[in-house]
Each structure stands twice: as C-alpha cells, then as structure tokens.
Design a protein around this ligand. Structure first.
Ligand SMILES: [Zn+2]
Length: 230
C-alpha cells in the first residue's frame, strides 16, 4: 500500500486552488475581471493579505493578470504551468538559492543544446533579445534578462525542456515582482549574453555551457543582493 504524505495547505493555497478550478471549469473566462481584493476577502472570509498572496501566485502561473484596473483572467486554456505538478512546485516557499540551483541544472544543458541546434532564426531572436537589454529600450532589466533566457531555451529545440524553463521563468518574474533593476550589472549581463551568442554561432557546446555557468554566478549575486534589499 502506497500512501502519500499529507501537507498542510495554507489559506492562500486554498484560494489559488478554488480560482484555478473555476478557470479550468470555464466558469471564469479569459479576459473576465475578478472581484476586488476586498470582495474576494469577504467572499472567502479570509484576510486581504491571503488574497493578495494568492493573486500573486495565480499571476506567476500565468492564469491572471493584475493591472491598475483590477485583476483579469489571463489564460483559460490549460498549459503545463497550470498543471498540479507545477503548482506544487510554485506553492512551496522557494529561496533564490533553490531557483539558481534549478537554473544551473536546466540552463547549462539548454546552452549546450542551443549551441548544437540553434538555426538562423534562433540566432536572430537571441540578438534581438540582447538589444532589449539596452538602457534606452524601455524594457525593465529583469524582463529583458528573463526574455533572453526564454529565447535561449527555445533555441535548444526541446519542447519539454522549454516548458520546464517556463516554470523557472515564471518563478523568476514572481520573485522579482517586476521591479528590480540589477543595479550596475545591466551592461555586464548584456556582455555575457553576447558571449553566449558567439559560442552558439561558433557551434561550441562546451564554451556555451561554461559561459552559462559563469553567467549564473553573476545572476546569483544580483538576485541575492536585490532580494535582500526588498
Ligand atoms: Zn542572463
């Protein structure tokens, strides 16, 4: 007989579960506006902090979008990130160290595969993603940074790995909360991305892997510093 351990579920996790179910059942449709935080707190008989926490998780799962006009259902079609496996991953409390460890495991392989498989279009996309890192591109550092890595994940041509990277990407965006700029590291990070593109163009998988490992050392420093300041 195989029994599964029972984990205690928090209030915000229970809210995520309910809203996710409503979306999955089609009761909440794409583009539909959710009740306000205050109304949701009343309906669920919970505090607003729990509602806010739950909305943050739903947003990082790609299921809702929070705007100044309110919270809207973003994606009502089931995707990998909405699956129970991904949700369990996300609902645990993550540390930045766990995130970087996961990135090393996944992205060093992605870089190596990209150097073996990237086509002309992938290389164009990567170069475009680097330009989004220019100060005047209007992109926030964290968005531009994460965009480059998603593009690289696509260039590895393994849809399972790029889906796994999507979970990592959502965690990065939810941890950063979209508002940190990686002070002073923007240019350095960009240079390292350019070096990665060179290794991919030269079809040098070992160099690509090594450069990604080095780049993630830099990333770890930036994320730890930025999140400690918060
Ligand atoms: Zn990067």
């Amino acid at each position: 007989m195989k029994l599964t351990p029972i984990s205690r579920i928090s209030i915000s996790d229970a809210i995520v579960e309910q809203i996710e179910t409503l979306i999955a059942q089609g009761e909440l449709k794409e583009g539909q506006k959710l009740p306000s935080e205050r109304e949701l707190a009343e309906e669920f008989s919970v505090g607003r902090a729990s509602v806010r926490e739950a909305l943050k998780v739903l947003e990082s799962l790609g299921l809702v979008k929070r705007t100044s006009q309110g919270t809207f259902v973003e994606n009502s079609s089931p995707s990998l990130v909405a699956q129970p496996f991904a949700r369990r991953l996300l609902l645990r409390r993550h540390t930045v160290h766990e995130l970087i460890e996961a990135r090393r495991t996944i992205e060093e392989d992605l870089a190596q595969l990209a150097a073996q498989r990237a086509d002309e279009q992938d290389i164009c996309n990567l170069e475009e993603a680097v330009h989004a890192m220019d100060e005047d591109s209007g992109q926030k550092w964290v968005e531009a940074e994460v965009y480059f890595h998603s593009t690289l994940a696509e260039a590895a041509h393994n849809r399972i790995l790029s889906d796994v990277f999507e979970i990592v990407r959502n965690l990065m965006l939810s941890l950063a909360d979209g508002d940190f700029e990686g002070p002073g590291k923007r240019e350095l990070s960009k240079q390292e991305h350019l070096a990665l593109i060179e290794a991919i163009k030269e079809r040098d998988p070992e160099a690509a892997r090594r450069l990604m490992a080095k780049h993630l050392d830099l990333a770890e420093g930036i994320w730890v510093d930025a999140l400690q300041e918060k």
